[in-house]
Design a protein around this ligand. Structure first.
Ligand code: ATR
Length: 291
């Protein structure tokens, strides 16, 4: 770690719990490699202290923070300004302190898209997309994908009502895109109704390598041979769904990329410097390997 001096600028991440976060490793590796006099710290903030913690960013002149579970939505009311993508998503994962003015951003969606396009070459415009999940992470991914104007985007979720709510929200902004909610029952009964170009898992299914009995992963063998299978879960690095897709020769997109690129975009917002992507990726991989 670089030497902390009186001039060091402070960054950090807030969450509850926080000890699992890989952000300090990733950001400190990047800061050190560029010789920037910053330090990035983990802050354990319980929900009842969130308001005070946000206030302290001004008092302590902390330059910026990342925000993780469970504060991404709750923090919004304490900020001075929120950028448009974060408002669309309805959650903030990055706060920048500009001389006492706190502005919230959401880099999850843009990070997902950057990772998807840079790693697979996928261009969502005019494509058919299937999304599994309708939770907080899904919202960021769906918002980003819709901004690229696909032909269709279908959402399958265990709780149908949540998928339907998302559809109703987005259809107003994108009336020309075929946005549809599919119930799990219908999906199981009828299989995939369309030749999807991209299938994304945005749920926690597959985390720790397990597939819960009550749900199905994407039926990857029903996808066309050109389809990309994408998973935002990064523990394990290769989820069962990605393994299945790899085994039958489909192109795959791993969850680590979203984590990396959301961090890289935040890094740029905090420091103004170009993020050293490879250094950040190595730090994440070493952090994951030592877990
Ligand atoms: P996050 O903010 O990480 O996205 P979340 O908002 O709780 O977390 O959303 C989790 C997503 O994973 C939801 O789509 C959830 O489905 P429900 O809306 O039906 O709860 C999905 N999910 C989690 N565990 C699941 C399981 N065992 N089977 C099916 N879906 C699951």
């Amino acid at each position: 770690m670089s030497k902390v001096t009186g001039k060091s600028i402070i960054l950090g991440v807030i969450g509850d719990p926080i000890e699992h976060s890989l952000s300090p490793l990733m950001h400190n590796a990047a800061l050190e490699s560029l010789g920037l006099n910053y330090i990035y710290l983990p802050f354990h903030v319980k929900p009842e202290f969130l308001k005070g913690a946000v206030k302290s960013l001004k008092a302590l002149e902390i330059r910026g923070i990342n925000v993780t579970i469970p504060h991404k939505v709750a923090i919004m009311e304490y900020l001075d300004e929120i950028d448009e993508a974060a408002l669309d998503i309805g959650a903030v994962n990055t706060v920048v302190n500009d001389n006492g003015k706190l502005k919230g951003y959401n880099t999850d969606g843009a990070g997902y898209l950057k990772s998807l396009t840079s790693e697979t070459g996928f261009d969502a415009k005019g494509k058919n997309i299937l999304v599994l999940g309708a939770g907080g992470a899904s919202l960021a991914v769906i918002t980003a994908l819709l901004s690229e104007h696909p032909k269709s985007l279908h959402i399958v979720n265990r709780t149908f009502k949540k998928a339907k709510t998302l559809v109703n929200k987005f259809i107003i902004k994108y009336p020309d895109i075929d946005i549809l909610a599919i119930s799990l029952e219908e999906w199981i009964r009828e299989g995939l109704s369309m030749s999807y170009d991209l299938a994304v898992n945005t749920t926690s299914i597959g985390m720790k390598g397990e597939i819960p009995k009550m749900v199905l992963p994407f039926k990857v063998d029903q996808l066309p041979s050109h389809a990309i299978v994408s998973d935002i879960v990064y523990t394990p690095f290769e989820t069962p769904m990605l393994k299945e897709a790899n085994d039958i020769g489909l192109k795959t997109h791993y969850g680590l990329g979203m984590l990396l690129h959301q961090g890289a975009i935040s890094f740029k917002l905090f420091t103004g410097a170009t993020p050293p992507i490879e250094i950040m990726k190595d730090a994440l991989l070493s952090g994951l390997n030592s877990k």
